[in-house]
Design a protein around this ligand. Structure first.
Ligand code: G6P
Ligand code: MG
Length: 216
């Protein structure tokens, strides 16, 4: 590919496993509304914004709510989620994530976060990772969510790097689609069945090094 000048990382599922906290918080909402919400259902919420996640949840429970009710429930879910987030510690960083980001920075590659989450900054703060990013673009900075490429294009713009020189790391299908739509290379983290459009698929950032990055 063109020279790699920047790497853009999704947060949830790439740097830290927050999916388990999202799941717990959504499950409590489902329990209150009296329907079953499984871990398999939760897969559908990965990479999807909070309000879109709620719509998917409600469709699983076959429940119709007004816009105001939906906003109240989304707030309840987020308050519960934030309780988990406030207790997060740096030892929850996924294996190899910090080391890989430090490695690429040491050779002059720029780094950005590109996440759908509106809680991304507080999570990075809890993990002491803020200094490792040259740009942080999250759910508060975009109007269109993944698979729309806006979050990654904004990150590239802030880094002043052309999309063709960027590599995205993503664990969600919608995120891989967004990276490809942005004209970037994409490393999928997770299963080959779900992330088939990625240029390379690995189990985690502990499997990455400069040689592998340069093969993209
Ligand atoms: C990430 C997660 C999603 C979550 C979204 C919004 O993309 O993978 O599961 O719904 O962020 O998160 P937020 O913290 O804004 O509710
Ligand atoms: Mg993710």
């Amino acid at each position: 590919m063109d020279k790699i000048k920047a790497c853009i990382f999704d947060l949830d599922g790439v740097i830290v496993d927050t999916a388990k906290y999202h799941y717990k918080a959504w499950k409590e909402i489902a329990q209150k509304l009296k329907f079953e919400f499984t871990e398999k259902d939760n897969e559908r919420l990965k990479g999807v914004s909070r309000m879109e996640s709620l719509d998917i949840l409600l469709s699983i429970g076959n429940i119709n709510l007004t816009q105001q009710e939906k906003e109240e429930i989304a707030e309840q879910k987020n308050n519960r989620y934030k309780e988990f987030v406030y207790n997060m510690k740096p030892d929850e960083i996924l294996p190899g994530a910090k080391e890989f980001i430090e490695l690429i920075r040491s050779v002059g590659i720029l780094t950005a976060l590109g996440s759908a989450s509106k809680n991304a900054e507080i999570i990075l703060e809890k993990l002491n990772l803020i200094p490792l990013f040259d740009a942080i673009i999250d759910g508060n900075h975009v109007t269109k969510t993944k698979p729309n490429p806006e979050v990654f294009l904004k990150a590239a713009e802030e880094l002043k790097v052309s999309p063709a020189n960027c590599v995205v790391f993503e664990d969600a299908e919608a995120g891989v689609e967004a990276a490809k739509a942005a004209g970037m290379k994409c490393v999928g983290i997770g299963s080959k069945d779900i992330l088939k459009d990625a240029d390379l698929i690995i189990n985690g950032l502990d499997k990455m090094d400069m040689n592998i990055l340069c093969t993209l």
